[in-house]
Design a protein around this ligand. Structure first.
Ligand code: CA
Length: 352
């Protein structure tokens, strides 16, 4: 972070002209995506613009994509160390840094986007996330949701659990652990390398997002079976803030940074819904070779059993993990009962 104080420096008259357009607070931000990557990356550019606008130009944010910093999964370390003041990424990429970060993106068989936002902002979820990240000198805020993700792209149909045995699949987070529990071999690969990995056979299958982002990646050319979702019902991206930077800022600046993140999150979520709707509409006309499938019921049951067993192991691992899992399970019970009698009954009633 660099703070400049124009009024003081302007005593030296020569400096005034060059600083006339510089901000009082200059911050650096790193995100996980290629430069200008649709929705995920562009929403960060919009965040920087929004912060500048809401602060009337007093805060400037320099955004670096992975093209610049070269470390798609390095955001946690960048912000922890203070190399960057702000980061935007997915919390579940950092399970190797702290396993408790895995819970704050989305969970297999877990909450939908609206349910999870209610948990984050009304049900204590964000407080739990901040408790985990505070140990690393990081403060977090929700940053935008993909809404429901598809189950991924497969070169062959999945007819039974046996078909998952030894299957090399790009699937990060808790979903990857669940897949490992039924015999698959999960791995994580950055967005910019996904197609190549699938085409070269480094992986047999992958999940990325959904119609909002998947179709333009060309995965269907290699793996035409497109499965519906179970593992990421509500993938939330997150803004990470270096705590020392945040603590050194005036209240108004902190408020702008956090509230702009929240608002950017709303905008990104709405854009995800829009882009998935529009792109899904093109499936039959533009992509007739894609075969949409649901996983067989016994595969879903095996995945659910693997998920339940893993949650038990995780809850026993640490007191923090146990509290997060209980908080999510209790909140899901409460909010899902309403979703079923609200949204689901409505959809059933009207028949389409
Ligand atoms: Ca995904």
């Amino acid at each position: 972070m660099r703070k400049t104080f124009k009024s003081a420096l302007c005593i030296a008259a020569l400096l005034c002209t060059s600083l006339a357009h510089s901000a009082e607070i200059e911050l650096k931000l790193a995100h996980s995506w290629p430069k200008g990557f649709p929705i995920f990356g562009t929403s960060v550019d919009e965040y920087a613009s929004l912060v500048e606008e809401l602060s009337d130009g007093r805060i400037a944010i320099k955004v670096d994509s992975r093209n610049k910093h070269k470390a798609a999964f390095g955001i946690f370390d960048f912000v922890k160390s203070g190399q960057y003041d702000i980061g935007q990424s997915a919390s579940y990429y950092y399970g190797g840094k702290d396993p408790d970060t895995l819970f704050f993106t989305t969970m297999p068989f877990g909450m939908t986007a609206l349910e999870q936002y209610a948990w984050f902002h009304q049900g204590g979820g964000l407080e739990l996330a901040n408790e985990v990240y505070a140990k690393h000198g990081i403060e977090v805020m929700t940053g935008g949701n993909t809404t429901m993700q598809m189950g991924g792209w497969f070169s062959k149909e999945i007819g039974s659990v046996a078909d998952l045995e030894g299957l090399k699949m790009r699937i990060p987070g808790f979903g990857g652990k669940v897949m490992a529990g039924v015999g698959a071999v999960p791995t994580n690969i950055p967005a910019g390398e996904l197609f190549q990995a699938l085409e070269r056979g480094t992986i047999d299958a992958l999940e990325w997002v959904g119609p909002s982002l998947d179709l333009r990646m060309g995965f269907h050319k290699v793996a035409p079976y497109y499965y519906t979702g179970w593992h990421e019902p509500s993938t939330e991206l997150m803004y990470f803030f270096n705590k020392k930077t945040m603590d050194s800022l005036p209240t108004w600046a902190r408020s702008v940074l956090l509230n702009a993140a929240k608002l950017t999150g709303f905008n990104m979520t709405v854009q995800s819904q829009h882009e998935s709707s529009v792109n899904w509409g093109l499936i039959t006309t533009e992509y007739p070779n894609i075969e949409v499938r649901d996983f067989p019921a016994d595969v879903i049951e095996a995945l659910r059993e693997s998920n339940n067993a893993l949650l038990k192991v995780e809850a026993a691992r640490s007191e923090m993990a146990s509290r997060i899992i209980k908080s999510q399970a209790d909140y899901l019970d409460t909010t899902r009962a309403w979703t079923l009698i609200g949204d689901q009954a409505y959809l059933n009633n009207i028949g389409k």
